[in-house]
Design a protein around this ligand. Structure first.
Ligand SMILES: NC(=O)c1ccc[n+]([C@@H]2O[C@H](COP(=O)([O-])OP(=O)(O)OC[C@H]3O[C@@H](n4cnc5c(N)ncnc54)[C@H](OP(=O)(O)O)[C@@H]3O)[C@@H](O)[C@H]2O)c1
Length: 351
């Protein structure tokens, strides 16, 4: 069978990790999962879109990016100034969308995804805001076109939350979930429980490469708001507006509050809550992100450092807890890679 042809849009930390993983493991992926993969198009914001229908030389594109040369300077390839133009003019079987699109409108990622789905081309993405703002629309569009739409690494990176809740317990009726969904915020609160100041804990998170240089989205809770909206759309089938999720960050937390929760045997955690009065996302919604002092018996209290967790209530399963590392480009790349393999297997089964 011919290889799965991929467009890789976004060539930052996640896109480059993926390109090197696909380059290093082409043979293994084909043997293990029964379908070879080839990257035919790559784009970033600065250089535009480069395309070779026979497959790009990933090592050469990576070398160009690492050396600060344009990724589009590959011999024998075709080039378009933007991803949108390149996507429109070329062919592939799967769009891997790993640009970073802001919370205001989720663009340019949203347009890239709609463009592919409109043409009946499957999409996998790690890009949070397009999915947070338009998740149910993208899922419905993919369903109408009969192709996969997957966004595993938008929530807890490579730890399989979305596939567990939508496929692993498919058929169960989810009613509510709680989670610790931001690695930086949890790292900071964990350190503060041990007596470190907020400022020192945040500096340490930045030194570890966890926090953004501007960590506002992490510590003010906006990143977690996006994840709550994604979980609502993809697990419960209910699209939320951003204003429906109340949000309080951890910036005002004092060391005393963190130590007090710890001395009582519990922990202060930045908790996301999502609940519906009816089954499958029906009825009144409760959606919030806020610091909470949790007793030791709460499963979220023991989630330390860069670990994250989701505790989901679903009938007839009861309580399902998924825990694992919550951030990092390799982990985000791994989540996308697992989605690529799932999409490849789906196409194999449906060809
Ligand atoms: N890093 C993580 O730990 C992590 C974890 C989970 C999810 N994610 C999500 O995964 C996505 C990628 O993350 P990242 O860390 O790789 O981000 P990044 O390093 O900032 O890379 C973003 C890439 O998108 C490209 N881009 C921007 N506008 C574009 C456009 N119009 N057309 C084509 N490419 C465009 C950028 O190109 P230029 O460099 O030329 O501007 C850059 O190559 C983000 O949405 C992020 O939120 C990341």
């Amino acid at each position: 069978m011919s290889p799965l042809r991929i467009w890789l849009i976004g060539f930052g930390m996640v896109g480059r990790w993926l390109a090197s993983a696909l380059d290093a493991h082409t043979g293994r992926l084909a043997t293990r999962y029964g379908r070879a993969v080839t990257v035919v198009g790559i784009a970033n914001g600065h250089d535009g879109f480069v395309y070779d229908p026979d497959g790009l030389d990933l090592a050469a594109v990576l070398a160009a990016a690492d050396a600060g040369r344009p990724i589009t300077g590959q011999p024998g390839t075709r080039v378009w100034p933007t991803a949108i133009e390149g996507l429109r003019a070329t062919e592939a079987d799967l769009l891997v969308e790993v640009t970073a699109s802001p919370s205001a409108d989720g663009e340019p990622g949203l347009t890239h995804m709609r463009q592919a789905l409109d043409r009946g081309i499957a999409v996998v993405t790690s890009n949070k805001w397009p999915v947070a703002l338009h998740g149910t629309e993208l899922v419905a569009l993919a369903r109408r076109q009969g192709v996969p739409f997957r966004a595993e690494s938008t929530v807890m990176s490579g730890t399989p939350v979305l596939s567990t809740l939508t496929e692993g317990i498919a058929g169960a009726v989810p009613t509510a979930l709680r989670g610790v969904l931001n690695a930086t915020a949890n790292f900071v609160l964990s350190q503060m429980a041990d007596g470190t100041s907020y400022e020192d804990a945040l500096t340490s998170a930045q030194r570890e490469g966890l926090a953004e240089r501007d960590p506002a989205a992490d510590v003010e809770g906006h990143d977690t708001v996006a994840k709550v909206m994604i979980l609502s759309a993809l697990v419960f089938g209910r699209q939320l507006y951003r204003e429906q999720v109340t949000c309080r960050g951890i910036t005002g937390i004092t060391g005393q509050q963190a130590r007090q929760a710890a001395s009582a045997g519990g922990r202060l955690r930045h908790v996301a809550t999502l609940a519906f009065s009816g089954p499958d996302g029906a009825g009144t919604v409760t959606a919030r992100v806020q610091p909470e002092a949790l007793p030791a018996r709460d499963p979220l209290a023991s989630i330390e450092g860069v670990s994250n967790a989701v505790v989901c209530q679903a009938s007839p399963v009861g309580q399902v807890t998924i825990t694992g590392p919550g951030a990092g480009p390799q982990l985000a790349g791994q989540g996308v890679l697992s989605d690529i393999i799932a999409a490849a297997r789906w196409q194999l089964a449906n060809s």
